[in-house]
Design a protein around this ligand. Structure first.
Ligand code: SF4
Length: 386
């Protein structure tokens, strides 16, 4: 297919595809799926070989958020029967993180529900970062605390944080349909704050919320413009008790096309398969490893993932290898952070998240049997899944 040859050539040169080319990837048929995966897989292997980076989520504070993000089980007024708790103590968070590190996680993502941290919250998280780094000096710590105020990114950086996550989630034009309590521009500003403080920026999207193909391409091009070092791709987990609970619009094939499109647009960026992979890709998960170079190990913020051992077996069986702490994730030309990157290129509970507004994709019947609320790990007395 000429389209795929062009996209591979561009990906190997770190050249931005056109919007039409990105849309054409999403419009390919199921008969063409393996060719699409093979093509995007060439780009993935060029920049990341067969390595898979493992990331581990610790939900520092769960539920009771005053914001109204429709996809989120922790939102204001959510009826989802999730765990609700306030800030974990540094030693509790460090113990939870240790389970992920023991399972092979190279990055620990410290997430808290809420609009954004107070300065006191930044103090707490700083202590938690210190506690984790004391036990695991090599582990990368990413904070995900919502919208940042002036100076907070610098304080997190000084406390030892390596990265900050704040997802754009969906296109600017549909943002107001998903959330009314903050804007797309607020999110962009926080990512820029993080980058300005020297933190590695992590920002991604949620597919499956009813967006069109054009919306998906818009948000991915918006991300490329922001140039984060890592891009988590979430597939909506339609949790009962949230406004998007009935939105089951993704098929495994559609999810794979979305991941391939993201890889072509962000060829040399850490593309992370995030929330919803078990629910939407199901038995097709191993194919996604040809597209992404990073996944979460074990459970998500408020829902359960597959067993950590199953993740590790899947990686080995598919012929990939877990990336060690001695290996730099990003290619050399990006290793210095955003400024050295190619030309243009939870909160957020988005790691928890989750195809739907009039989506033409058609995901089949709802599979609520696949969504299990997290009852173990952080905030419980039960051992975490890693
Ligand atoms: S995504 Fe974050 S800010 Fe939005 S409702 Fe959930 S916890 Fe609150």
């Amino acid at each position: 297919m000429d389209l795929l040859n062009t996209l591979v050539e561009k990906g190997l040169r770190r050249e931005l595809p056109s919007r039409e080319e990105a849309l054409a990837v999403l419009a390919t048929s199921d008969d063409e799926l393996l060719e699409v995966v093979a093509a995007a897989g060439k780009v993935r292997r060029q920049w990341f070989g067969r390595r898979v980076k493992l990331n581990y989520l610790v939900n520092l504070k769960s539920g009771l958020c005053p914001e109204d993000c429709s996809y989120c089980s922790q939102r204001l007024g959510s009826k989802a029967e999730i765990l609700k708790y306030t800030w974990l103590k540094p030693d509790e968070a460090s113990r939870a993180a240790a389970a992920g590190v023991a399972g092979g996680a190279k990055r620990v993502c410290l997430v808290a529900s809420g609009r954004g941290p107070t300065d006191r919250d930044v103090d707490r998280v700083s202590q938690t970062i210190g506690a984790i780094k004391e036990q695991h000096a090599d582990v990368e710590v990413c904070a995900c605390l919502g919208l940042l105020s002036e100076g907070q990114a610098e304080r997190l950086k000084a406390a030892g944080a390596d990265a900050y996550n704040h997802n754009l989630n969906t296109s600017e034009s549909t943002y107001g349909d998903i959330t009314t309590t903050h804007t797309y521009a607020d999110r962009v500003e926080t990512v820029r704050h993080a980058q300005g403080a020297g933190l590695s920026a992590c920002s991604g999207l949620i597919a499956g919320m009813g967006e069109s193909d054009a919306d998906l391409v818009d948000v991915v091009f918006g991300l490329r413009e922001l140039d984060p070092d890592s891009v988590p791709v979430n597939f909506l987990i339609p949790v009962e008790g949230t406004p998007l609970a009935k939105e089951w619009n993704l098929t495994p094939q559609r999810a794979l096309r979305i991941l391939a499109m993201v890889r072509f647009v962000c060829p040399d960026v850490e593309v992370r398969l995030a929330g919803g992979r078990e629910v939407h890709l199901r038995t097709m998960q191993p194919l996604a490893l040809h597209l992404v170079n990073s996944i979460f190990l074990g459970d998500y913020l408020t829902t359960e993932g597959q067993e950590g051992k199953a993740d590790l077996d899947m990686i080995a069986d598919a012929g990939f290898e877990v990336e060690g702490t001695g290996t730099t994730t990003l290619p050399e030309h990006r290793a210095g952070g955003c400024a050295s990157a190619c030309g243009s290129a939870a909160d957020d509970a988005t790691a928890d998240v989750a195809a739907p507004v009039g989506s033409p994709a058609g995901g089949g019947p709802a599979r609520t049997d696949l969504v299990t609320v997290r009852r173990r790990g952080a905030g419980t007395d039960l051992a975490p899944n890693a």
